[in-house]
Design a protein around this ligand. Structure first.
Ligand SMILES: [Zn+2]
Ligand SMILES: [Zn+2]
Length: 175
């Protein structure tokens, strides 16, 4: 069991690990939701996630990509977002992993840690060698599974890297 909590401590949760996936997401939604460069989102089956105390408020956001609702749970006292539920993936919970008491407790392996949305990653982001990097999401609304790139060396996001990624998305009919 690994616990997490909001800044003020009024909301606490625990998960039974390890996460199913670790999604480093560089999409505009995650940038805006975190106010930062990207979200480290650990995914758990709903029965492995336990609210220990507190009552999160829930903001219902319609995803620009899927058109389905994302339910963002946050502390109304301190504003910290702790986790999300998804109409698209009803059996999953996504945790804002910076809220864990030990934000590094889970192991980031080449199989489990994915990078999403290279196409919108801010300039200056570094994508690590050896990890699956997707131009957008892993799977699209129509169920098509995308093909990742795996870089031999760490890649710094520049205008050129962004442009190439967007071009690939358009070429694949997904952009
Ligand atoms: Zn709080
Ligand atoms: Zn995202």
């Amino acid at each position: 069991m690994h616990e997490g909590r909001c800044l003020c401590g009024n909301i606490a949760f625990a998960v039974e690990g390890p996460p199913n996936d670790i999604i480093n997401c560089h999409c505009y939604f995650c940038q805006r939701a975190t106010g930062s460069a990207y979200l480290v989102e650990t995914m758990f089956d709903i029965d492995k996630f336990h609210l220990l105390y507190g009552t999160p408020r829930v903001y219902h956001h319609i995803s620009a990509g899927s058109g389905k609702a994302i339910h963002i749970h946050f502390c109304e006292d301190c504003g910290t977002k702790t986790h999300m539920r998804f109409d698209r993936f009803p059996t999953s919970v996504g945790v804002f992993s910076g809220t864990f008491d030990q934000p590094d407790w889970f192991e980031r392996t080449h199989d489990s840690a994915l990078h999403f949305f290279l196409s919108t990653a801010p300039k200056g982001t570094v994508l690590p060698a050896g990890y699956a990097v997707y131009d957008a999401h892993y799977w699209q609304a129509d169920g098509v599974v995308a093909t990742p790139q795996i870089f031999d060396v760490n890649v710094l996001v520049t205008d050129e890297v962004q442009a190439k990624s967007r071009e690939r998305l358009r070429g694949s009919g997904l952009g």
